[in-house]
Design a protein around this ligand. Structure first.
Ligand code: HEM
Length: 396
């Protein structure tokens, strides 16, 4: 990977996205385990909670008629970003933030550090939420100030980056506090931070078959989970909402699928059990949205220090060392060769299990080589599914 991008993404430490070879294998081993069914159940619960709070907020803010459930949303960007960030903070760090900021401020315990507040605690420039929001909105200047610029340059000569330095310091302190709290816990939970600490402790016991995770590696990976996870999910959800708004048929199709899956479930989605309900929910809308508007539109690779043999259309090719290759996801997703003549048409039904058998087997090979999504992508799928289902159930 380009060393500038690597430097920027390694602001807090080495991580799975920027590493290669044996370091990648070591980090992969530690970072894969926290993404499991138990963590997915947390995503499920938190998404339902956040959806209910967000929809309540929309009703309070935007209702214009006597019916509170009718409202017009003109822009969802900020709210959806907050929604996905809150979910990552909860399932990643165990910090539960209300959709509407609270007013509390407390220094009494370590937990007080993460209470939602209007003003930061003494010694901090940002509250936890506002530091995360700052990172989210100013990702480029955060990268430049803290990842690209040589560390030797005194901060005092770069006053325009003051907030970027402050946010970087505060996030680092918050993350370190979370890691040290996790390390002293008697029982670790299923969030990602506890999962990484659990993996570290397990390796300690295995007596060094694989080196344990360092604190920098824990921080570095938590940081990339946040960066890789919440913007991608937010963008996908926003596209899904727009596609639904433009396609009445797709709304009906989704709504019927949700009704079918939840007709004998409690009315309140908070009571829906992840293991029972999630498998019944349909996923075509998420898959079709990601096909048409993939938030990661290119997958970069390079040959490294050695030449690589590849086969394309049954012809062997030799790629020399230090060659960059970019897999064009959007190009693949609109290729009529794989999707048929209606590749450019939004049609969630093409993914429906009931019609899937009839569709080309090649689709599955190209898009889901292992017949499924990777574990982190399923976090986003859960969020999209659950939030749409919980919203729809309120309307039943
Ligand atoms: C719609 C949502 C998402 C999309 C479209 C997406 C897309 C991708 C893609 C295409 C890659 C492969 C990049 C490459 O190989 O060069 C990737 C890797 C990765 N994603 Fe996501 N992602 C999503 C959500 C998430 C979430 C929610 C998380 C974490 C909470 C996450 C964390 C990661 C990580 C850590 C990697 C690197 C994995 C590795 O190298 O083994 N992603 N993602």
């Amino acid at each position: 990977m380009d060393s500038h991008i690597t430097g920027a993404l390694e602001m807090y430490g080495p991580n799975i996205v920027t590493s290669e070879g044996s370091q990648w294998a070591h980090l992969r081993r530690h970072t894969a385990t926290p993404f499991n069914e138990r963590n997915s159940a947390l995503v499920w619960e938190e998404t339902i909670r956040q959806t209910k709070e967000m929809v309540q907020y929309w009703e309070d803010e935007y209702s214009r008629s006597s019916s509170a459930s009718e409202f017009i949303l003109t822009d969802t960007r900020e709210d959806i970003l907050k929604f996905t960030l809150n979910i990552i903070c909860s399932v990643g760090y165990g910090v539960k933030l209300p959709f509407r900021p609270g007013l509390e401020n407390s220094t009494e315990s370590a937990e007080g550090l993460f209470k939602d507040a209007i003003t930061p605690l003494p010694g901090y420039h940002f509250t936890f939420r506002s530091a995360m929001e700052y990172l989210n909105k100013h990702i480029t200047s955060m990268f430049i100030a803290n990842g690209l610029l040589p560390k030797g340059i005194p901060r005092s000569v770069l006053p325009f980056f003051k907030k970027d330095f402050d946010a970087f310091d505060d996030i680092g302190r918050y993350l370190r506090a979370l890691v040290s709290t996790a390390e002293t816990k008697e029982t670790l939970s299923q969030n990602l931070i506890d999962g990484l600490v659990r993996s570290k402790q397990k390796i300690d016991k295995d007596q060094g078959l694989d080196p344990e995770l360092t604190e920098d590696e824990i921080l570095g990976n938590l940081f990339v989970f946040t960066i890789a996870g919440h913007e991608t999910t937010a963008v996908s959800l926003r596209f899904a909402l727009v596609l639904l708004a433009l396609n009445q048929d797709a709304q009906e199709y989704l709504y019927e699928g949700i009704r079918e899956a939840t007709y004998d479930e409690p009315r309140n989605p908070v009571e829906w059990d992840y293991r029972r309900v999630y498998p019944k929910l349909v996923s075509p809308l998420c898959l079709e949205t990601l096909r048409m508007y993939p938030p990661v539109s290119g997958i970069p690779r390079w040959t490294g220090d050695s030449a690589v043999n590849i086969t394309y259309h049954n012809q062997p090719y030799l790629l020399p060392p230090h060659v960059y290759v970019n897999v064009n996801a959007s190009g693949l997703h609109y290729s009529e060769e794989y999707w048929g003549p209606d590749a450019a048409v939004f049609d969630p039904k093409r993914w429906d299990k009931r019609t899937r058998e009839a569709s080309s087997r090649r689709i599955r090979k190209v898009v889901c080589p292992d017949q499924g999504w990777n574990t982190t992508q399923s976090i986003s799928q859960y969020e999209a599914h659950i939030s749409l289902s919980a919203t729809a159930s309120d309307r039943v």
